[in-house]
Design a binder for this molecule. Structure first.
Ligand SMILES: NC(=O)c1ccc[n+]([C@@H]2O[C@H](COP(=O)([O-])OP(=O)(O)OC[C@H]3O[C@@H](n4cnc5c(N)ncnc54)[C@H](OP(=O)(O)O)[C@@H]3O)[C@@H](O)[C@H]2O)c1
Length: 310
C-alpha cells in the first residue's frame, strides 16, 4: 500500500504497512496515521503484508506474556502456518530454545529447516506421547490456536511454572461449511479450571487476541521491534502463494484444504490479461473473430486482384 496522507508528513507515494482491524481487502483504505509504518528498503510488498499479524501475535505471546528465556521449551501447534513459522523464527532469537512443532508430515522438511527441533505429525501420532518420550517433564510454553481437548492436553503437558496461551479455536472449523457438531464438541471439551486448581498445579493460563490490543504504544513498539529484527536478518516472512483479488476463492480454498505453508497473500492489482486463463466461451468467441478477420482479409485481397486485372 502507498501512503497518501498529509497528516503524517511523509511524502505521497511512500511504501507503508497499513493496519486496521478490518476492511483491508480493498484497493484504497483509510487508516489512522499512527497505524502506518514505513516499509524498510529491501522488503517486498508481499513480505510487508505477511509480517504484522503473524509476527505481532507470536511476539506478544512469546515475549510479553510467556517471557521466553534461554533454555526453555515451546510447543507450537500449526507449526507450518503463518503464526507457527513466525513463532519458530522468534524462538530462535533466544539461545537454546527447544521447539516441538505439530504439522502434517508433508510439511516437516520445511519446518525442520525453519528451526523446529522436533516436528510431530499430529495426524498419525499422539503428540502428547511423542513429547513425553523426548521430554518426560513436558514443556514450558504451549501456544494453543486449537481449543477444546487440545487445550486440556496442552495444560497437562506444562511443566510447573509453565504457561499455556490460548489464541484461537481452529478445532471448531472442520471443512468449508459451518459444523455445529465440531463447535459443540470444542465447547464441551474446553478446559475449565478454578483458580485453586491453578495454584495447586503451579501453572498459568492466558488468552491472546491481537484485535483487542488497544494500547497504541505497545502496538507500535512491537511492530517497530519486528521491523528491526527483519532488517537484522533474524526474521523473514514465508510466503506460500499470492492471489489477485479476483482469485480470492482459490486463495480461501488453498487455506481450507490446509495446503499452505506460511502466508497466503492477496494482491489488490487486477491480474494482467495475458495471465488470465480464457474461459471456453471466450476462447470460442476469439476463434470466431480471428476466422472472420482472416476471411475478410482474403476477400479484400481477392477484390484487389480482380481490380488489378481490370
Ligand atoms: N488471537 C490472535 O490474535 C490471532 C492472530 C492470528 C492468528 N490467530 C489464529 O491462529 C491460528 C493460525 O493462524 P495462521 O494464520 O497461522 O493459519 P494458517 O497459516 O492458515 O495455517 C493453518 C494450518 O494449520 C494446520 N492446522 C492444524 N489443525 C488445524 C485445524 N483444526 N484447522 C485448520 N488448520 C489446522 C494446517 O496445517 P497441517 O497440514 O499441518 O495440518 C493448516 O494448513 C488460527 O486459528 C487463527 O485464527 C489468532
Amino acid at each position: 500500500m502507498r501512503r497518501d496522507t498529509i497528516a503524517t508528513g511523509f511524502p505521497v507515494g511512500d511504501r507503508v504497512i497499513a493496519m486496521n482491524r478490518h476492511g483491508m481487502w480493498q484497493e484504497l483504505a483509510v487508516v489512522p496515521a499512527n497505524r502506518t509504518f514505513p516499509i524498510p528498503d529491501g522488503m517486498s510488498f508481499e513480505e510487508a503484508a505477511a509480517l504484522p499479524i503473524n509476527y505481532m501475535t507470536a511476539y506478544m505471546m512469546l515475549f510479553e506474556m510467556a517471557n521466553l528465556r534461554p533454555g526453555k521449551s515451546v510447543l507450537i501447534h500449526m507449526a507450518a502456518g503463518g503464526v507457527g513459522i513466525a513463532a519458530t523464527q522468534l524462538c530462535q532469537t533466544v539461545k537454546d530454545v527447544t521447539i516441538f512443532g505439530t504439522a502434517s508430515a508433508s510439511k516437516h522438511e520445511t519446518i525442520s529447516q525453519g528451526g523446529v527441533t522436533h516436528p510431530i505429525d499430529y495426524r498419525t501420532k499422539d503428540y502428547v506421547t511423542e513429547i513425553r518420550k523426548i521430554s518426560p517433564k513436558g514443556v514450558d510454553i504451549v501456544l494453543d490456536p486449537l481449543g477444546g481437548s487440545d487445550t486440556q492436553k496442552g495444560f497437562g503437558l506444562l511443566k510447573p511454572l509453565g504457561m499455556l496461551i490460548v489464541f484461537g479455536a481452529a478445532n471448531c472449523v472442520t471443512g468449508q461449511k459451518k459444523n455445529l457438531l465440531a463447535m459443540a464438541k470444542t465447547w464441551y471439551n474446553q478446559l475449565t479450571l478454578n483458580t485453586l486448581k491453578l495454584m495447586q498445579t503451579n501453572k498459568a493460563i492466558s488468552g491472546f487476541h491481537l484485535g483487542y490490543i488497544r494500547d497504541e504504544e505497545l502496538f507500535e513498539g512491537t511492530l517497530v521491534k519486528l521491523l528491526e529484527l527483519y532488517q537484522q536478518g533474524k526474521i523473514k516472512p514465508h510466503i506460500d502463494s499470492s492471489y489477485h483479488f479476483e482469485e480470492v476463492a482459490d486463495a480461501m480454498k488453498r487455506m481450507h484444504d490446509r495446503q499452505n505453508i506460511g502466508k497466503v497473500i492477496l494482491l489488490p492489482e487486477p491480474k494482467k490479461s495475458e495471465e488470465k486463463p480464457e474461459s471456453k466461451a471466450e476462447a470460442a468467441e476469439n476463434v470466431e473473430k480471428a476466422e472472420a478477420a482472416v476471411s475478410e482479409k482474403k476477400e479484400d485481397a481477392a477484390e484487389e486482384v480482380e481490380a488489378g486485372k481490370d
